[in-house]
Design a binder for this molecule. Sequence first.
Ligand code: ZN
Length: 243
Amino acid sequence: MTQEYELISLIKKSNNIVYFGGAGTSTESNIPDFRSQDGLYSLKYKYPPETMLSRSFFDQHTEEFFGFYKDKVLYPDAKANKAHIALAELERMGKLKAIVTQNIDGLHQLAGSESVIELHGSVHKNYCIDCNAKYDLDYVIASEAIVPRCRECGGIVRPDVVLYEEGLDQLIMNAAKDAIEASDLLIVGGTSLVVYPAAGLIRYHKNNQIVLINKSETKYDNRAVLRFDEAIGELLDRVVCNI
Ligand code: ZN
């Protein structure tokens, strides 16, 4: 039996699948992982992405923060790829109960998924740091000034995403833990599982049915019942067609 056939059979038997995803889920939508540094960053920016996306940098260099954010983090024209679409289909079939994602691009919802737990927030949610008024992504993009300002009070409108040096929302963490704990099959895709809290969260899965889809090795490979190193979208698209 091929690995792919085994995955199909696992999914057929499961009724509480959780997908835990990282940046690799969105690479087929041409959103690069900003953590994977390429030469362009070092040519164009004085600081590494982790510095430019930190809370202290936001506070002290707000204009540079938004310059980098709009240039390298926002991909407003990105489309859902085969991975997002296949996962949304698994949810409609009643098999997948939650997606826990480290991504902030909102592409799972764009593909039609409803149960999405966004550990690091979303670029689609923005708020005024003074009066808490809420704004969508279009408002931030349409802002002529580099730093978007609140139309009510003039305060800075920041993305509701977790910056480096900031803590994760405890309610969202608990929802992720509960979903993973209840899962009968945990599919982990596009994350090397080194960034907090990924590695800690997957320990809550109790059923010993972990499937890993990642281009490179992870330190959890030995805990997985199946391990794939191909593109997530290509694989899930073929698999879901056979459920
Ligand atoms: Zn305001």
